[in-house]
Design a protein around this ligand. Structure first.
Ligand code: TRP
Length: 441
């Protein structure tokens, strides 16, 4: 079976260059690796935890879906879907909720941070905390376990959630049998963190981002606003610590980066360096931007594409898997109840040894007691099958107390009926007979 890689994308706003270089571009490249089966989804159920603005949820979902496809995600080779199009996710969330330890959820970083903020403000621990925020890790575990993903590429801040998914999966498997694969977080150690306009990490919270699909003019304006030092044209410039150089490197190949390094050493003017950076970024992004605009302009097309992806996954995987899980936990067709119960009772105990009756070449009727293919007791020959059957019945009933003598002969009252097989412990044979009595024959 191929390696299943799954990751969720929270639809919040349009991505910026930092998201593109650090997450989208590497993920799209990894998705086409041989031997992997990739799942990418828009985590719109999760979005409801952070926003209660319906238009924003809808708009973000559209923009993020369009962004990923514009960046080369191929919905024909990758499972690309919207979380809420696979509602089995929520049913699985409940099944997992019922095995999830509340104490473990108390320790989730996001929840704890909310509690800490409340304490700092001197209000109730749970003020303003929805049960949705609290349950975030369980919903996320359902995303992952529903498709039995092996690897989950995430940022460092999400590793705890993957650990929790493993914990819930383990508990469920322990109680109900092996149903879930235990997922592993895949943290890309050397993803480039891109500097923003001010040289700090590019991040919405620093207000220093370059939107991925900024129009060409806007992109030029933003690139020209990147902070540089005051070195004049002709003065050699440092590449180390230069946001401009780092940005260039994130888009350039090795030769281009070397050429820029030489230009820095040779005293290129900042204006000229910015112009080169702008052209280099635009060369990569222009075709993506065009695709993005076309996708956003056709929301119905995207809607169809997402629905198709979701429906296929439901039919082929989510529905049948949930049917199995429902059965495992006892949400079952009542008419099957007794049969299933009996099956469970039998499976929980080792199979009983069996008596076999047969006629030998000497014309007499024999029996033997076997456990699997191991002979425990070899019965003597009897004149009729009824005689042999009577002895077997007595041995099974527990009504007669069999004895074994020093020669390993078995007796019922004063009649010898057979011999303990060679190499078999006498107690094993007597123990097996007792189990017959216990089972009621
Ligand atoms: N919690 C993730 C984030 O904020 C998004 C997400 C939701 C996710 N479900 C997931 C990621 C399942 C990986 C697997 O980035």
């Amino acid at each position: 079976m191929s390696l299943r890689v799954l990751t969720g994308i929270k639809p919040t706003g349009v991505p910026h260059l930092g998201n593109y270089v650090g997450a989208i571009r590497p993920a799209v490249a990894a998705a086409s690796a041989a031997g992997t089966e990739s799942f990418f989804f828009l985590a719109d159920y999760h979005a409801l935890i952070s926003t209660q603005d319906p238009l924003r949820v809808q708009r973000s979902t559209l923009e993020i879906a369009a962004s990923w496809i514009a960046c080369g995600l191929d919905p024909d080779t990758v499972a690309f879907y919207r979380q809420s199009d696979v509602p089995e996710t929520t049913e699985l969330t409940w099944l997992l909720t019922c095995v999830a330890g509340k104490g473990l959820l108390n320790r989730a970083h996001a929840y704890k941070a909310a509690v800490d903020r409340n304490r700092a403000e001197g209000v109730d621990d749970d003020a303003g905390v929805t049960a949705g925020l609290y349950m975030y890790p369980v919903l996320m575990a359902a995303d992952i376990l529903l498709f039995n993903a092996h690897r989950v590429p995430v940022g460092r801040d999400q590793v705890q959630h993957i650990e929790m998914a493993r914990d819930f999966a383990q508990r469920f498997n322990h109680i109900y049998g092996e149903h879930f694969t235990l997922p592993e977080a895949l943290v890309e150690e050397q993803v480039a963190t891109l500097p923003g306009l001010d040289g700090r990490k590019m991040s919405k919270s620093y207000d220093n981002v370059i939107p991925l699909f900024a129009p060409r003019d806007e992109l030029r304006r933003l690139v020209f606003s990147i902070v540089t030092d005051s070195r004049a044209p002709g003065e050699p410039k440092e590449t180390a610590g230069s946001a401009l150089f780092q940005l260039y490197q994130a888009f350039a190949d090795r030769d281009e980066a070397e050429a820029m390094r030489a230009a820095f050493a040779g005293g290129i003017a900042w204006g000229e360096a910015k112009a080169r950076l702008f052209e280099r970024i635009d060369a990569e992004l222009a075709p993506l931007r065009e695709r993005y605009q076309a996708l956003v302009a056709d929301p119905a097309g995207l809607e169809r594409l997402l629905r198709r992806g979701g429906e296929r996954l439901r039919d082929e995987q989510a529905r049948p898997f949930l049917a199995r899980l429902r059965d495992a936990v006892g949400l079952r067709d009542l008419s099957l109840a007794t049969r299933v119960e009996a099956g469970v009772a039998d499976a929980s105990k080792p199979a009983l040894p069996v008596f076999k009756q047969y006629r030998e070449a000497d014309g007499r009727f024999h029996f033997k007691l076997v456990d699997g293919d191991r002979l425990l007791l070899q019965g003597d020959g009897f004149a009729s099958p009824r005689d042999a059957g009577r002895i077997v019945g007595l041995l099974k009933s527990g009504a007669a107390a069999p004895r074994v003598d020093a020669n390993r002969r078995m007796w019922l009252d004063d009649a010898a009926v057979g011999a303990v097989a060679e190499g078999v412990d006498v107690d094993d044979v007597l123990g097996a007979l007792e189990r017959f009595a216990g089972e009621g024959g």
